[in-house]
Design a protein around this ligand. Structure first.
Ligand code: 0WE
Length: 258
């Protein structure tokens, strides 16, 4: 049985009730994990209040601001975890950002600044959070990140995010090799396209979803709950032999050639 009781989990990347991170947080909670939640702080705190209300039913013992572009916030987050919990078992990384202008048009025109931003927030942050989590993962641990097929194959308009996901997937492998001796496992979930805040800002997402519904073996898109269940599995002792892998939760879409 999938059982996460006695495990402490930090979940990043919840923006609203459509977030994949929200699906993951719910499934970790259902499996008995204790939760800590981070959010991207905004000036007026309206976003903070929305996320706080959303996660309230999961009774997180920690609710912390964490913008990964500010190293001090990352240090404060993990200092607060060290204060509250005797150990950290699970780290869920669901963070990505690229300039909207870099998610359409000519890839060859991607600016140095846009490239650096996308790779910093979407790929480097996994290294950053893993380093901060490492001393707290005293009993070993499980780190799970979210990736996308656009990091392996060309998906129109995914552009610089594809390069960021390619770097992220290689981060998974190097981190798995680095942290394995400390019994810390590192894996990625490559989710099929889902309607979320991040994807709805992307032109043509509905056409992409329709395409998946037409050609994927299961003839449908995946749900946040399905990604959440896979994350819960990867974080459980059922997956104790799995590290450095990218699991596809995509209705089988990625196996198709036509
Ligand atoms: O990884 C993603 C989306 C990540 C993302 C989304 C945005 C929109 C708003 C990163 N940065 C931003 N910046 C913004 O200003 N996905 C897997 C969803 C997604 O994004 C696409 C897709 C799919 C699928 C972009 C182009 C084409 C397909």
């Amino acid at each position: 049985m999938l059982d996460l009781t006695g495990k402490n989990a930090l979940v990043t990347g919840i923006a609203n009730n459509r977030s994949i991170a929200w699906g993951i947080a719910q499934q970790l909670h259902q499996a008995g994990a204790k939760l800590g939640v981070t959010y991207l702080p905004d000036e007026r705190g309206r976003h903070e209040q929305k996320v706080k209300n959303l996660v309230e039913p999961l009774a997180p013992s920690l609710f912390l601001p964490c913008n990964v572009q500010d190293e001090a916030q990352v240090q404060s987050t993990f200092a607060a975890i060290a204060n509250q919990w005797d150990k950290l078992d699970i780290l869920i990384h669901c963070l990505a950002f690229a300039n909207k202008d870099d998610l359409s048009g000519q890839f060859s025109h991607t600016s140095r600044q846009g490239f650096t931003l996308a790779l910093d927030v979407s790929a480097y942050s996994l290294i950053q959070l893993s380093a901060a989590a490492q001393p707290l993962m005293r009993a070993g641990g499980s780190i799970v990140t979210l990736t996308y097929l656009g990091g392996v194959r060309v998906i129109p308009n995914y552009n610089v995010m594809g390069i960021a996901k390619a770097a992220l997937e290689m981060n998974v492998r190097y981190l798995a090799a680095d942290l394995g001796p400390q019994k810390i496992r590192v894996n990625g979930i490559s989710a099929g396209p889902i309607r979320t805040l991040a994807s709805s800002a992307v032109g043509g997402i509905l056409d992409m979803i329709h395409h998946v519904e037409t050609v994927a073996p299961l003839r449908r898109t995946v749900t946040q709950t399905e990604v959440g269940n896979t994350a819960a599995f990867l974080c459980s002792d059922l997956a104790s032999g799995i590290t450095g892998q990218v699991l596809y939760v995509d209705s089988g879409y990625s196996i198709m050639g036509m």
